[in-house]
Ligand binder design. Structure first.
Ligand SMILES: CC(C)(COP(=O)(O)OP(=O)(O)OC[C@H]1O[C@@H](n2cnc3c(N)ncnc32)[C@H](O)[C@@H]1OP(=O)(O)O)[C@@H](O)C(=O)NCCC(=O)NCCS
Length: 461
C-alpha cells in the first residue's frame, strides 16, 4: 500500500512552519509545549535535537503533494534498555484525518524496531485529547496506565495516559517476521560471540570508516566493480548485505539493485546507514535471517565471515535466502595462511622492516583495538572468533563449508599482498599490478603472502 506520508530529515527550511505550529494555541494544548516560543528558541531547539543521538526529529510531508504538514520524532532513545518515546503532530489541520499521521508513525515505528533495534516505544497523551487517544489505540499501542492529575491545562489537572508497543507486537501487526536475535543460544559460546560482536562494533561504530582501510577510494572502486558485475548477472534485483555495519556495501550498490536489505546485530552501526528509498535495514544475526526462502538474487558479506561463530550455519542460512543461481560474494576475510606465516615469523623474531610492519598489523591488532576503544582482549578475540580463536579462515575449509551449504561454482581467491600499500604509495599502481600478477602466477606457493580472501559462489540446486 502506498504511504500517505514521507519522512524527511529536518532542515532549516522547515523551521518556519514548526514555529507557526507550536505557537498555535490549539495545537500547543495537545502537545507538551507550555508557552509561546521565539523563532530563535525554536531554531536552537531543533538544531540541538539534530546533534543529540537520543532524539530524532523528522519532518512529515504529505506524500501526494510534497507539502510539509507536520512533525514526528523519538525522544529519550535509550540504547541500553532499547526503548524510546514517540510524539507527533499534523500541524496543518487541513491535512488531518487523511492517514498521514498513521503512515508517519508506522514508518517511524518500522525504523525504531527494525533499524534502531528498540524493544519498546511509549507515547503519552493528555486525557482530554480524544483524537490522540484514539490515534495511538488505532496504531496498535496498548494503554498501560494513567498518571493521575499529572498535567495542568485549561485551568485544571488532567490525567496523562501512557501507551506502549513492543517490537514483537509491531512486527506481528505489520506482518513482518521479527528479527530473531537469539535470546537463548544454541550453544553458550555462540551467544557469547554474538554479544562480543555487539560490544566490539558498538564501540567502533562512531569511527568505522576512518579506522578501516577498506574505505579507501581504490578499494571502493574495486568492490564497486564486483557489485556491478553481480548486478549485471542478477538483473539488478534484490540484494541482501549481511553484517552491513554502517552501510559500506549498501552505499556502493544502492543504484545497482532495485531493492537492498541490510542486516546487522549492532544497532549503533545500522543507525548510521544512509537512509534511502530502496534500502531497508534491520537487526538480525546472519544465523537467523528474517526472510523467506530464495528471495534474494545476491547476498554480500563484507568483512563479516571472521566474526561468525559457526560458518556452516551462517552459510546455510545465506544459501536458504538466495534463489537458485543467486550469487554470493564475501570479502575482507582474514587469510589463515598469512596469519600463520605472521605468527611463525614473529615467534622466531625474524622481522624485516616492511615484513615486520605487516606482521605486527595482524599479530598486535587485539592489543591495538583494546587500547584504542577500551575493549577487553577477551571481547576482541571473541568478536573475531574465526580469526583469533579458530586461527583464521583457510581456503580449503571455506571451500568445503560453501559446498556443504549448497553452493557451486566456488572460487576462494586471496587478495592484498603484504607490502601492497607501501608499493602503491612509493611505486604506483602499475608496480602493484606487476607484483600481484607474479604472486598470482606462483599460487599456491605465494598464498601465505596475501592477507585476505575473497569468496564468490553460486547458490546450487
Ligand atoms: C493525533 C494526530 C497526530 C492524528 O493524525 P492524523 O493524520 O489526523 O490521523 P490519521 O488520519 O492517521 O488517523 C488514524 C486513526 O486515528 C484515529 N483518529 C485520528 N484522529 C481522530 C479524531 N479526530 N477522532 C477520532 N479518531 C481519530 C482514527 O482511528 C483514525 O483511523 P480512521 O480515520 O480510519 O478512523 C493529529 O490529530 C494531531 O496532530 N493532533 C494534534 C497533536 C497531538 O495531539 N499529538 C499527539 C500527542 S503526542
Amino acid at each position: 500500500m502506498p504511504e500517505n506520508a514521507r519522512l524527511e530529515p529536518l532542515e532549516e527550511r522547515h523551521f518556519q512552519n514548526i514555529y507557526r505550529w507550536v505557537n498555535d494555541p490549539d495545537l500547543r494544548m495537545q502537545i507538551g509545549t507550555v508557552r509561546p516560543i521565539s523563532q530563535a528558541e525554536n531554531a536552537e531547539y531543533q538544531r540541538s535535537a539534530a546533534q543529540d543521538r537520543h532524539r530524532i526529529h523528522l519532518a512529515v510531508v504529505d506524500a501526494h503533494d510534497g507539502r510539509h504538514v507536520g512533525m514526528i520524532g523519538l525522544n529519550n532513545i535509550d540504547f541500553v534498555y532499547r526503548r524510546a518515546d514517540i510524539w507527533l503532530y499534523v500541524g496543518d489541520a487541513t491535512a488531518r484525518r487523511r492517514h498521514i499521521g498513521r503512515s508517519a508513525a508506522s514508518q517511524l515505528l518500522d525504523y525504531a524496531f527494525g533499524t534502531l533495534g528498540l524493544h519498546r516505544v511509549r507515547a503519552e497523551v493528555f486525557a482530554f485529547n480524544e483524537a490522540a487517544l484514539r490515534f495511538f489505540a488505532a496504531l496498535g499501542m496498548k494503554e498501560e496506565g494513567r498518571q493521575r492529575e499529572a498535567a495542568f491545562k485549561l485551568g485544571r489537572f488532567w490525567d496523562v495516559v501512557a501507551f506502549a508497543i513492543l517490537d514483537r507486537e509491531w512486527f506481528e501487526r505489520r506482518d513482518l517476521e521479527a528479527p530473531r536475535l537469539p535470546h537463548v543460544a544454541l550453544e553458550p559460546l555462540a551467544d557469547e560471540v554474538i554479544r562480543a560482536n555487539r560490544e566490539f562494533h558498538a564501540r567502533l561504530a562512531g569511527e568505522y570508516f576512518q579506522s578501516q582501510p577498506y574505505g579507501s577510494a581504490e578499494n571502493r572502486g574495486r568492490v564497486r566493480a564486483i557489485l556491478e558485475e553481480m548486478a549485471g548477472h542478477a538483473g539488478g534485483g534484490r540484494l541482501l548485505d549481511v553484517g552491513c555495519g554502517t552501510g559500506f556495501v549498501l552505499d556502493l550498490a544502492h543504484d545497482l539493485f532495485r531493492e537492498l536489505h541490510g542486516v546487522d546485530i549492532c544497532p549503533e552501526m545500522i543507525a548510521r546507514v544512509t537512509p534511502r528509498q530502496n534500502v531497508r535495514v534491520c537487526l538480525a544475526p546472519v544465523e537467523h535471517l528474517p526472510f523467506g526462502n530464495g528471495c534474494f538474487d545476491a547476498v554480500t558479506a563484507y568483512g563479516v565471515l571472521h566474526h561468525i561463530y559457526d560458518l556452516t550455519v551462517a552459510l546455510r542460512e545465506i544459501r536458504r535466502v538466495l534463489r537458485r543461481g543467486g550469487l554470493f560474494y564475501a570479502d575482507e576475510s582474514p587469510n589463515l595462511d598469512f596469519r600463520e606465516n605472521a605468527r611463525r615469523h614473529r615467534a622466531a623474531g625474524t622481522l624485516g622492516s616492511l615484513g615486520g610492519k605487516e606482521i605486527i598489523s595482524v599479530t598486535e591488532d587485539v592489543r591495538r583495538y583494546g587500547e584504542r576503544h577500551g575493549l577487553e582482549p577477551a571481547i576482541v578475540e571473541r568478536a573475531m572468533f574465526q580469526d583469533k580463536i579458530r586461527g583464521g579462515l583457510a581456503v580449503e575449509a571455506l571451500e568445503a563449508a560453501l559446498a556443504n551449504a549448497g553452493f557451486v561454482g566456488i572460487a576462494v581467491t586471496p587478495r592484498w599482498f603484504a607490502g601492497q600499500g607501501t608499493i602503491l604509495r612509493t611505486q604506483g599502481a602499475e608496480a602493484v599490478a606487476r607484483t600481484e600478477q607474479y604472486l598470482r602466477d606462483v599460487l599456491p606457493l605465494s598464498r601465505g603472502l596475501f592477507k585476505y580472501l575473497v569468496v564468490r559462489a553460486v547458490a546450487g540446486n
